[in-house]
Design a protein around this ligand. Structure first.
Ligand SMILES: [Zn+2]
Length: 282
């Protein structure tokens, strides 16, 4: 079950669902305009969020921003054709490549076999679209290269292309007055590869860019909002492992020993997985 929560005066979000890979959706409500963050993994997902918010007196959006091209963030866009959709140029280009695809079980399975689609996503698409497979890729209306600032009236959103290993087109949304940084999936590893991985160079570059934003709350799309403290811990973990990956020449055992010595305790499952992702990307 989804639940809807509010942070600050003008930001609402809906919690994710793991089984169907539904990410968090956001809504920033200004005095003049309302901006939705991500279109959702289906029309049902997009509709549900808007309908539930409307019951709470939150207006429907005037605009929607896509954080990156992955299916779970864009398949809902066909339900939002009447409003202005915004994305990075890279996101639009990546979405164009999805237009010819069929989304039937057979077509999905074939693409998984060819290594174009990943098993995890194919399974989630089948789970989300149980009754029909009427999926239409709708392209964004407005595109930008690096950065766009939107004044919604009393609240400003900065959309910035940050890239990263997860998706080269990743955009974050900084809600200035609320000090919220909507990270979407940008700090996750690359899943669309033979092996799930992080690269040292991209990770260090991305973290430095994210640290430029002065935020109190950070929102990773497939988890829960986190505090500045928790974000800083995550950044420190990724940065330290990235640095050790380099100095240990990608040797898993050496990285684990060095990291263990650094934190002065046994490693958590999350840390072991992260080390494995960096070794895969080395
Ligand atoms: Zn993603």
């Amino acid at each position: 079950m989804h639940s809807i929560n509010k942070i600050g005066d003008c930001f609402w979000y809906m919690t994710p669902i793991a089984e169907t890979d539904r990410p968090i959706l956001g809504m920033v409500v200004g005095q003049n305009k309302t901006l939705m963050i991500d279109a959702g993994n289906s029309e049902e997902h997009a509709h549900y969020f808007q309908e539930e918010l409307l019951k709470m007196g939150v207006p429907n959006p005037d605009m929607v921003v896509l954080t990156h091209w992955h299916w779970d963030h864009i398949f809902g866009l066909s339900a939002l054709r009447h409003i202005v959709s915004i994305a990075s140029k890279k996101t639009k280009t990546a979405m164009e490549k999805l237009i010819p695809f069929s989304w039937s079980d057979e077509a999905l399975d074939a693409r998984v076999k060819e290594g174009i689609e990943i098993e995890f996503c194919a399974r989630a698409i089948k789970e989300e679209f149980k009754d029909h497979r009427d999926i239409q890729i709708v392209l964004p209306n407005v595109t930008f290269d690096k950065r766009v600032e939107i004044d919604l009236g009393g609240v400003t959103c900065i959309l910035q292309h940050v890239g990263g290993d997860h998706a080269a087109d990743s955009v974050v949304v900084y809600i200035k007055e609320e000090k919220i940084l909507f990270l979407a999936d940008c700090i996750y590893p690359n899943l669309y590869a033979e092996k799930v991985h992080y690269t040292v160079k991209e990770t260090l570059r991305l973290l430095a860019e994210l640290e430029q934003f002065d935020a109190d709350t950070y929102i990773p799309s497939h988890q829960q909002p986190i505090t500045k403290e928790a974000f800083n811990q995550e950044v420190a973990m990724l940065r330290t492992i990235a640095t050790y990956t380099d100095s240990c020449d990608g040797d898993s055992q050496k990285i684990m020993q060095a990291y263990k010595k650094h934190v002065k305790r046994e490693l958590t499952e999350d840390e072991i997985e992260t080390i494995s992702d960096f070794v895969n990307g080395y």
